[in-house]
Design a protein around this ligand. Structure first.
Ligand code: 48H
Ligand code: FE2
Length: 256
């Protein structure tokens, strides 16, 4: 009875994965480029990492390149990272041009190959907070949230939670909305107009722990810090993800 066996394998394996990830070292919210770089590196270092992505297709803003021309740009100084991941690219003076679909799929392949477990179609709708520390996340099926079904969520405990939700900084917002004190340099979560060079520097500088147990990276770090957007250049997202990974490894006294 193949029909029975196929279903049984899927159901058993999914719940094994879920059960195994109810308590992780690092819970990453959002599956964009910063998330995938961070989870690649953390998993490679032996940490238990789970990524939670609201959409069916993780990869965030990478797939469409600039304005759906499916090519994106990164800075020359992350060439060795692209090499480590086995990517194809073309060097263009100080920049590197990469096919955006190839970029997205290479990040996804390498993060999951390194051991990160990806849960897609799952929305992080809240955080677990006690003893003045973020201790985990609250998850639900994305269709439950989108259809506004009255279904309660479940929790995932984590030593570290990382907001990789991009422009809206959804996880940091969950604290700010409740009036919990977060250092917002411009008083609110907001990004500034385009400035590629400054934005790329800003995103890395503003990648940090914003509340005990909660880190922010990628575009979320730009919005929380109040810095400029940078358009379809993605080196800063990669560096930001790797910076979060290094900060977490340092906290755990694991050699980077
Ligand atoms: C689960 C969620 C939730 C939630 C959101 O936007 P992303 O690609 O994230 P980054 O920061 O790694 O990369 C940013 C980059 O793509 C970008 O937009 C750039 C460089 N813009 C410059 C410019 O000028 O515009 O991905 C975030 C992901 C998405 O896939 C969301 O679906 C997901 O997070 N997400 N997942 N629970 N509550 N909120
Ligand atoms: Fe964007």
């Amino acid at each position: 009875m193949w029909d029975y066996e196929v279903s049984k394998i899927i159901v058993e394996r999914f719940f094994e994965k879920l059960n195994d990830n109810l308590n992780v070292d690092v819970a990453i919210v959002g599956g964009g480029p910063s998330a995938l770089s961070a989870s690649y590196y953390l998993s490679k270092k032996g940490l238990k990492v789970a990524i939670f992505e609201a959409k069916n297709e993780p990869g965030g803003g990478t797939w469409g390149g600039g304005m759906m021309f499916n090519e994106l740009v990164v800075e020359n100084d992350i060439k060795s990272f692209l090499d480590e991941l086995g990517m194809n690219y073309l060097i263009k003076n100080n920049f590197i041009s990469v096919d955006s679909v190839h970029f997205a799929s290479s990040l996804l392949y390498n993060a999951t190959k390194a051991g990160a477990i990806l849960f897609n179609n799952v929305i992080v709708e809240d955080i677990v907070l006690y003893e003045n520390k973020v201790n985990g996340i609250v998850i639900n099926w994305a269709p439950v949230i989108r259809q506004k079904l009255h279904v309660d969520p479940i929790t995932i405990m984590a030593k570290f939670v990382v907001d990789g939700t991009g422009h809206p900084a959804n996880v940091v917002n969950m604290l700010v909305d409740r009036g919990i004190d977060i250092d917002l340099p411009i008083g609110k979560i907001r990004e500034y107009p385009m400035n590629a060079k400054e934005g790329e520097k800003f995103v890395v500088e503003n990648t940090k722990e914003v509340f005990p147990g909660l880190y922010v990276m990628g575009m979320a770090a730009v919005s929380v810090g109040g810095g400029p957007r940078m358009g379809p250049i993605f080196g800063g997202m990669i560096k930001s993800g790797l910076k979060v990974a290094n900060k977490i490894l340092e906290k755990l006294s694991i050699e980077v």
